[in-house]
Design a protein around this ligand. Structure first.
Ligand SMILES: NC(=O)c1ccc[n+]([C@@H]2O[C@H](COP(=O)([O-])OP(=O)(O)OC[C@H]3O[C@@H](n4cnc5c(N)ncnc54)[C@H](O)[C@@H]3O)[C@@H](O)[C@H]2O)c1
Length: 271
């Protein structure tokens, strides 16, 4: 097992990607602390962890927008578990909005949860990791942290911020033995994206625009997180790893296989 005797704090673990990471890390031997602003959702995941025989999971209700609340929750969790070896920042929200009409409160909320919340958790946990000899931090960014996504100005800005934060912290925390990396998922089916799937054509269109021809599953992200959190990635820090089926690798002018012929038909070959 890859995480025997390790402890892992997973924020946003009450749902979607965070839940899958909590269950996946527990299956690799880690003791898990589930942090979420929804106590009910967190308690359901703790019950699932207990049901699969996970080692004494811990639950803490916290809103990551508050630095003080984060520090209090991390203090509590570190007290119970003794130390924190791994932090995965999954707590996040996404807006879909128009730049001309987006209310300031919506912008501020997305930045507060996704970017400031990630920083507060990194800061609080890093203080403790430094005392105990190091650790690994994995931040959930997005493909929207590497390119600008339309109609998501706050989300794209926050996710670009998470990529920058990750690189900055990777430099500053390396001397304390703390690695910091980011994951940049494409479309992953979770409660956050479920509304897209109500349209029957969505998955077909996704299959055309994603080279690996399917939408992502939470397990795809959890396995990448496991790699970065574990000693398998002991020489990896400061990366922003896409988990997107190749979507970012090649952006055609035309979606799908038609893209190559679209360009080829307009190219001049020189002898
Ligand atoms: N689903 C995708 O397609 C996708 C793609 C790229 C990146 N991501 C990122 O992955 C992370 C997890 O997304 P998901 O799809 O699992 O979403 P989700 O909505 O299923 O889960 C998000 C969790 O975060 C918690 N949360 C929200 N605000 C919080 C706060 N202020 N304090 C504490 N907890 C809070 C929620 O209660 C929920 O349990 C997010 O950062 C998201 O931006 C998701």
């Amino acid at each position: 097992m890859l995480l025997t005797d390790r402890t892992a704090v997973v924020t946003g673990a009450g749902s979607g990607i965070g839940r899958e990471i909590a269950l996946g890390f527990a299956a690799e031997g880690a003791r898990i602390a589930v942090l979420d602003r929804s106590r009910e959702a967190g308690a359901v995941v703790v019950a699932e962890l207990v049901a699969v025989g996970a080692r004494e999971p811990v639950l803490a209700e916290v809103d990551v927008r508050s630095a003080a609340a984060v520090d209090e929750a991390i203090e509590e969790v570190a007290g119970v578990m003794g130390r924190i070896d791994i932090l995965v920042n999954c707590a996040g929200v996404r807006e879909i909005g128009d730049v001309y009409t987006m209310p300031a409160e919506e912008w501020e909320n997305v930045i507060a949860i996704n970017l400031s919340g990630t920083f507060y958790c990194c800061q609080s946990v890093a203080r403790r990791m430094r005392e105990t000899g190091g650790g690994s931090i994995v931040n959930l960014a997005s493909v929207g942290g590497l390119i600008g996504l339309s109609h998501r100005p706050a989300y794209s800005a926050a996710k670009h911020g998470i990529v920058g934060l990750t690189k900055s912290l990777a430099r500053d925390l390396a001397s304390a033995g703390i690695r910091v990396n980011a994951l940049c998922p494409g479309v992953i089916r979770t409660p956050m994206t479920e509304q897209y799937f109500s349209d029957a054509s969505f998955e077909q269109e996704l299959a055309v625009s994603v080279p690996l021809a399917r939408c992502g599953e939470t397990s795809d992200v959890a396995q990448a997180a496991l790699y970065l959190a574990s000693d398998m990635a002991s020489y990896v820090t400061g990366v922003a790893l896409p988990v997107d089926g190749g979507w970012l690798a090649e952006k055609s002018f035309v979606s799908g296989s038609g893209g190559a012929s679209f360009l080829a038909g307009r190219e001049t070959r020189f002898p």
